[in-house]
Design a binder for this molecule. Structure first.
Ligand SMILES: [Zn+2]
Length: 345
């Protein structure tokens, strides 16, 4: 059974030979060919090569194209800072949206022609061509509200959501039009799924009603587009008190990658009970915790999660957010090996 078959069974809530295993090994994959984060981000061929090599050498069951959260924002002209060991991020001293009026400057752009999104389309193309027959390839796309916050700054945008909601909504609408074209181009490469990072859909950031009001409709439209093309919708949200119900209602996702329990559950057990048959759960080892955990503790925690989530499929063993970019592969291998052995059906 190859990874595509294994993951496909899991997503149908059936038990395969074993649980699929995919700690979110994204930027750490640059280690396998010895390049720094900046080069990994900017050189699409090397980025693809490192992801492909990592997938093969570690036997990963999924490929996700997460590079950093600035891919989209960069193409609206946001200045970025690049680092040797860390993800690129917006220059906080020079945001594209400097005032409320600037929201209206954000217009639809063509992601096939802009610098970073066009490279991301190319990255997905390389990944699908190399591995798409055996491993599901998941394109990673930041949600429109998250992109707006990269252009404006999060704390400034919070004020605007309350004081100038219409300006933010106009901006979100233009970004969404762009994302529709972006998703179409990504799907043309043959990716099996699109994973949307809905950063704002959790208690730790916005109320449920506000999330739905500002991003719900856009996410529904994007999810429908993906489903109409016969691809899968996935969500990534590592916030505390993630809104499973509101997002399932809008997006009908085949899978949700999460770190914390949803706002309406008190434990992972309850999460499995309540949502385990409605969507596939991708999670949820804490990357922050992994940094200081001993190898033995990683084994024990991984087993614990397998015990909670394994039954009846609908589970992919993973980290709840990206695996730390500077941690090396040792702990990833412990997670993977524990999944291979202990995750057998
Ligand atoms: Zn995350």
């Amino acid at each position: 059974m190859n990874s595509l078959e294994r993951v496909s069974l899991a997503l149908q809530h059936k038990e395969a030979d074993r649980i699929p295993v995919y700690p979110l090994l994204n930027s750490v994959s640059r280690d396998i060919i010895g390049i720094d984060y900046e080069k990994w981000t900017k050189n699409t061929e090397l980025c693809a090569e490192s992801i492909i090599k990592t997938t093969e050498e570690l036997g990963l069951d999924v490929i996700c194209s997460l590079v950093d959260l600035s891919v989209e924002a960069a193409d609206w002209g946001q200045d970025l800072l690049y680092f040797e060991d860390d993800a690129a991020c917006p220059d906080h001293n020079n945001r594209v949206i400097k005032s409320v009026e600037d929201y209206r400057k954000i217009k639809q752009i063509n992601p096939r022609e802009t610098p970073r999104m066009s490279e991301h389309i190319k990255l997905c193309d390389l990944l699908v061509k190399a591995k798409g027959n055996e491993v599901p390839v998941v394109a990673f796309v930041f949600g429109p509200l998250g992109i707006a916050s990269m252009l404006r700054g999060q704390s400034e945008m919070f004020m605007d959501l309350i004081l100038e909601p219409e300006a933010v909504k106009e901006c979100v609408a233009e970004i969404t039009k762009t994302l529709i074209e972006y998703c179409k181009a990504l799907m043309e490469t043959g990716v099996h799924a699109i994973m949307f990072d809905t950063l704002f859909a959790s208690q730790s950031i916005l109320s449920k009603q506000m999330w739905d009001d500002f991003e719900g409709e856009a996410m529904e439209e994007l999810a429908k587009l993906v489903h109409d093309e016969g691809r899968m919708v996935m969500i990534h949200n590592c916030g505390d008190g993630i809104y499973f119900d509101a997002q399932i209602n809008r997006m009908k996702p085949e899978a949700i990658s999460f770190l914390h329990t949803p706002d309406d559950c008190i434990s992972y057990e309850e999460t499995k009970e309540k949502y385990g048959d409605k969507t596939t759960l991708i999670g949820c080892l804490d990357p922050g915790w992994l940094v200081s955990a001993s190898l033995n503790e990683v084994v024990e925690e991984t087993k614990k999660q397998i015990d909670v989530f394994k039954k009846d499929g609908g589970f992919i063993l993973s980290t709840g957010c990206e695996y730390p970019s500077t941690l090396g592969f040792e702990k990833a291998k412990v997670i993977i090996n524990t999944g291979l052995e202990y995750g057998k059906y």
